[in-house]
Design a protein around this ligand. Structure first.
Ligand code: AMP
Length: 285
């Protein structure tokens, strides 16, 4: 597995790969890898197999511009040695580990903003977050020049926004969505789970239970208000859970819905102590 630590090296290696032939899939991450990230690598491999072969490159970059001033940038978990071992085991071909100074150079004035999708939902809770995401993903696409890139459905709004951005800017990268990988008790795998206290960890599967109920109600023909109330009641019954948002939106474009006529996505953001967990479920009426 190649370890690439700078933008010029990434560009040079991409050039070599182009000459050797085969496609390239990028898996953008912030490290502290778990099995959810590795399912992105597996999806990338499957896509390459369908395409006649190629290389998977995972990027590990804790992107400062997507963290707000009071967010957990400094406390974000980092484990380079562990990450490299996991990626080797998962059959990743290369890892791109740029420095912050390599990605954000002095004097930069340009950013990418998806005006609608970036400002709603989590974009309201975390102003500037999606601008940071869209900008760094564009930069990673320009540096690694992948044919495809894998993104988790766990970060559903992020996935929707990246698809919009790629369409709007004619970026020639195929977006591969990957279902959320979960612990045995239903908790969506997340690097942030490590920071939960044992009590909060025990309480956190309430998100998955609330999503199960919401999905079942929507499938039975419930309206958005009714499903939302039922989800809220389940979350409120868990005293350690502090609800930040419960939204049920159109699964395609995240527009508001009152009576679902086509698939919707249930989006939850719930705090446990100082850890914000998010989870989602697509529900079919
Ligand atoms: P992160 O390192 O948290 O920025 O996540 C990197 C990528 O992994 C994003 O596309 C996430 O949506 C995806 N991801 C994170 N957790 C999971 C999970 N439990 N299952 C599938 N994909 C995930």
């Amino acid at each position: 597995m190649q370890i690439i630590r700078s933008t010029p090296d990434m560009r040079a290696i991409r050039q070599d790969w182009r000459q050797a032939g085969g496609k390239v899939v990028l898996v953008p991450t912030m490290g502290a890898l778990h099995d959810g990230h590795l399912s992105l690598v597996a999806r990338a491999r499957d896509w390459l197999d369908e395409q006649g072969g190629g290389r998977v490159v995972t990027s590990i970059f804790v992107n400062p511009t997507q963290f707000g001033p009071n967010e957990d940038l400094d406390r974000y978990p980092r484990d380079e040695a562990g990450d490299l071992a996991k990626l080797r085991g998962a059959g990743c071909d290369a890892v791109f580990l740029p420095q912050v100074s390599d990605i954000y150079r002095p004097g930069a004035q340009t950013h990418v903003e998806v005006a609608g999708l970036g400002r709603i939902l989590m974009g309201r809770l975390r102003p500037g977050h999606f601008r940071g995401v869209a900008t760094v993903v564009t930069k990673l696409f320009n540096i690694a020049q992948p044919d495809a890139a894998a993104f988790g459905e766990k970060d559903y709004q992020q996935l929707t926004l990246i698809r919009r951005m790629v369409a709007d800017l004619d970026i020639p990268v195929t977006i591969l969505p990957v279902p959320t990988r979960r612990e045995a008790d239903g908790l969506a795998m997340s690097s942030r789970n490590q920071r939960l206290t044992p009590e909060d960890r025990a309480a956190a599967p309430v998100l998955a239970r609330a999503l199960d109920r919401g999905e079942a109600l929507i499938a039975d023909g419930a309206g958005v208000a009714q499903a939302r109330r039922a989800i809220r009641d389940i979350l409120r019954a868990e005293p350690r859970a502090e609800i930040r948002s419960i939204d049920i939106r159109d699964a395609e474009d995240l527009s508001r819905v009152t009576v679902p006529a086509r698939p919707v996505v249930i989006l939850l953001a719930v705090r446990f102590g100082d850890v914000l967990l998010i989870d989602q479920r697509v529900a079919h009426p």
